[in-house]
Ligand binder design. Structure first.
Ligand SMILES: [Zn+2]
Length: 320
């Protein structure tokens, strides 16, 4: 299993960490645990994605909003903080996220080059879109990545792309980003009783699996398995938003899965992709409980046993 990690993913805010339930340093905890395991090869982006690349994806208004302190704080769902400047936010929060976007780019490029699976511990910002940022998502890494891959000739505009979203929240940003692109298939399994409630973006999902709040693992996995069975096999590339906010301990996701359920979910995803020979990049997505890191560690460990042969080392990194 190829895992993408950079120490620059970690968001370290000291006491300000308590302003949001997201544990910004869980990436390091996951890396530390996985680095002890066999069959896991780490790859690392060399730089964060540039604002020039981000701007190519954003609408004109958003190019200003992503550089505005209050706009960013609102999207991060934290109160306005008078004594913090934009440069602090950029250095402490936004730059780590741009490293996450770079990792998605690296993972997708590597997956395409090596016909393999890559797992970015960060990324999966599925509530961001060209016209908006919300839900702790500033940059839509999948949208930016897709745009860059097409621009650089690594994907054609006609290539079919699959987005599997197993985060507890509906991926409204991806649905909006690809609203008019019928070459992109969306499979989204989510808690139908929580944010975001946009029917406009929910209607865009090709294979929707809306679940009632409180759904447990057995029901989730049964519905998910059925949905995976509907997938075609002619996708050039898949993105998987593997959020761990589906855990019972997660206060935001509103679902009731165990770590064992998450392991089973990721195995199902991996099997569905392997059966169809679809290169893929998994993305971290949401995960706001103390059990999030442990479930990611357990799931990647289990999946690495299904993919014992690590792919070729990635020697080249996209120039951003
Ligand atoms: Zn989520």
């Amino acid at each position: 299993m190829n895992v993408i990690y950079s120490k620059n993913f970690n968001i370290e805010l000291g006491l300000l960490n308590y302003l949001h339930p997201f544990d910004g340093t869980k990436f390091r905890a996951i890396y530390d645990a996985l680095s002890q395991k066999p069959n896991i090869q780490f790859v690392e982006p060399l730089s964060p994605v540039s604002m020039e690349v981000v701007d190519e994806f954003l609408s004109g208004v958003m190019r200003h909003r992503v550089r505005n302190k209050n706009g960013v704080l609102q999207a991060l769902e934290v109160p306005r903080i008078p004594f913090i400047g934009f440069s602090y936010l950029d250095r402490k929060i936004l730059t780590p996220m741009r490293w996450g976007v770079a990792a998605t780019l690296l993972g997708a490029e590597s997956a395409l080059s090596h016909d393999d699976i890559y797992w970015n511990l960060s990324g999966g910002y599925h509530h961001a879109m060209p016209q908006n940022m919300e839900g702790f998502c500033i940059y839509n890494d999948i949208g930016i990545c897709h745009q860059q891959l097409v621009k650089r000739g690594l994907l054609s505009a006609e290539d079919k792309v699959l987005i599997i979203d197993t985060d507890a929240h509906h991926g409204n940003g991806n649905a909006y980003t690809f609203m008019d692109n019928d070459r992109v298939t969306l499979l989204d399994i989510y808690n139908a009783g929580i944010y975001p409630m946009s029917s406009y973006t929910r209607d865009r999902v090709d294979i929707p699996v809306p679940l009632p709040p409180g759904s447990e693992g057995e029901h989730y996995l049964q519905k998910y398995s059925e949905a995976l069975g509907k997938l075609a096999s002619d996708y050039r590339l898949a993105f998987v938003v593997a959020g761990t906010d589906v855990l019972t301990s997660d206060k935001l996701g509103g679902l009731c899965l165990t770590t064992e359920d998450v392991i089973e979910r990721e195995k199902l995803t991996l099997q569905a992709l392997s059966d169809r020979s679809i290169p893929a990049v998994f993305l971290g997505g949401g995960g706001y409980s103390s059990g999030s890191a442990d479930s990611v560690i357990a799931a990647i460990s289990a999946c690495s046993e299904l993919l014992p042969s690590a792919g070729s080392p990635v020697q080249e990194v996209l120039s951003h």
